[in-house]
Design a protein around this ligand. Structure first.
Ligand code: NAD
Length: 442
């Protein structure tokens, strides 16, 4: 295998294409988005990832990477197109995968290998294999080969993890697994585990399902703690001192293209055996609305105290810390909901990972200077734990109402700030409990 065509040049496809080009493959990149193609051709990767600009320009300059709006013939095709949910129905939308296969079928040649990296429901690799067989007239497992190899990278560390992560390869037949193993061995240092297509598909889905369930548990721990007037972040830290307990962090919800989506592939595919996943999805999905309701309550409290139009500073919009990705972001959901109620309060959003234009286009007032924003606000609402926010000093927060949903100020050195939210107990004056001079003291 000497050359590779990558179908879909997004967060997964583009870094993989670049890395393969840096490891001796001649790589052709193909995407249906023409604007993206022109930008990538000119050296703009269109996504933020450490060192991606220099790596992209290097492989273009060395003539190891070419991008085009037409799919080129190759020895190997790697599919990394989106697999979202269909609107409201929560059913997997595989139209991008099939459309990619339709395009591949027109250039498929004997001896080719197709690798599917998009996250898909169990059975999809076999379906696309049959589809390719029908469309191309070539014989599956004889003339061409298909393998599923899910991606596990963490945005922000994609290039490191593409090399170091262990991976599972599920071939439609042994020869498919063997060829895919050969393909990845050129640039992956992590161990490669060979199995069948269905096992590999299930592995990816249960990985993401497991994390979603664990986050839902952490969110429920937080809700219980808030009602009991206990700091959930402290409880989780101490519970995790147990050698066999590892509770994740609670937050304002679950977003992104993976955890908020993939568990539905299991829920829809295995209706009777996936209650836990379904409940976890709803716990995580309702989280942003809980935060909105709580914030509105705090606004009303401040109004009663004489602040006519309280000012809210939101910290973070993206779906996770230190990325520029807004897909399914719960923080964005919260801000969009709050934005519908601005007759009650003023709202500014500080998101250091996005350019001002993007924030303004979403309909928000952009707060560029964090320090000024903190001074201006009556309510501070950290939603995403970006490292740019770590420098906020407690004394600037002294007269503010802090609704710390993501634990940004937990373990603040000088003060312990109790991120009490969702408290329904009317007699509980949470404002008094916001600051406690003794770390962890009640
Ligand atoms: N981003 C991640 O961290 C991550 C991690 C693991 C798995 N995945 C999975 O990988 C897949 C791709 O995710 P992504 O984040 O790279 O998506 P993305 O939206 O960033 O990129 C997908 C690209 O595919 C292109 N595309 C759509 N249809 C096409 C077609 N028919 N032919 C050619 N190009 C087409 C789009 O224009 C887009 O540029 C998804 O299934 C996702 O769930 C993503």
């Amino acid at each position: 295998m000497k050359n590779l065509s990558v179908v879909g040049l997004g967060y997964i496809g583009l870094p993989t294409a670049i890395l393969a080009a840096q490891h001796g493959y001649k790589v052709y990149g193909f995407d249906v988005n023409q604007e993206k193609i022109s930008k990538i051709k000119s050296g703009d990767p269109t996504i933020i990832e450490p060192k991606i600009v220099s790596r992209l320009n290097e492989v273009i300059k060395n003539k190891n990477f070419f991008v085009d709006i037409e799919l080129k013939e190759a020895d190997c095709f790697l599919i990394a197109v989106p697999t979202p949910l269909m609107n409201d129905k929560k059913e997997p939308d595989l139209s991008y995968v099939f459309s990619a296969c339709q395009t591949i079928s027109s250039v498929l040649k004997p001896g080719n290998l197709i690798i599917l990296e998009s996250t898909v429901p169990v059975g999809t690799t076999f379906c696309i294999s049959k589809f390719l067989e029908k469309k191309s007239g070539l014989k599956l497992g004889v003339d061409f080969f298909v393998a599923y190899c899910p991606e596990r990278v963490l945005p922000g560390r994609i290039f490191e993890e593409l090399v170091s992560n262990e991976r599972v390869i599920g071939g439609i037949c042994q020869e498919s697994s063997h060829l895919a193993n050969k393909f990845y061995s050129k640039f992956v240092k992590g161990k490669l585990y060979l199995t069948d297509d269905r096992t590999a598909e299930m592995v990816k889905l249960v990985e993401n399902g497991s994390r979603d369930v664990q986050i839902a548990f952490a969110n429920q721990v937080a809700d219980m703690c808030y009602k009991a007037k206990i700091d959930p972040f402290r409880v989780i830290e101490f519970a995790n001192k147990h050698p066999r307990v590892n509770i994740l962090n609670p937050g304002c919800g679950v977003g992104g293209h993976c955890l908020a989506v993939d568990p539905w592939f299991l829920v829809r595919g295995f209706k009777r055996d996936s209650n836990l996943l379904k409940i976890s999805r709803s716990i995580n999905d309702e989280r942003p609305f809980k935060v909105v309701n709580y914030v509105i309550k705090q606004v009303e409290k401040l109004k009663k105290k004489g602040i006519e139009k309280p000012k809210i500073l939101v910290l973070g919009l993206t779906f996770k810390p230190d990325v520029d990705d807004l897909r399914n972001s719960p923080a964005l959901k919260i801000c969009l909901e709050l934005n519908k109620k601005t007759e009650l309060f003023e709202m500014g959003v500080c998101e250091p990972n996005l350019v001002s234009d993007r924030i303004i286009k979403l309909g928000f007032s952009n707060v560029k200077e964090l320090v000024d924003g903190v001074k201006w606000a009556d309510i501070i609402l950290p939603l995403v734990k970006h490292k740019d926010f770590f420098g906020i000093k407690y004394f600037n927060l002294k007269d503010k109402l802090v609704v710390d949903v993501c634990g940004l100020f937990y373990n603040s050195i000088e003060f312990f700030i109790q991120g009490a939210i969702f408290d329904k107990n009317e007699n509980y004056d949470r404002d008094k409990l916001f600051y406690s001079k003794d770390i962890g003291g009640y």
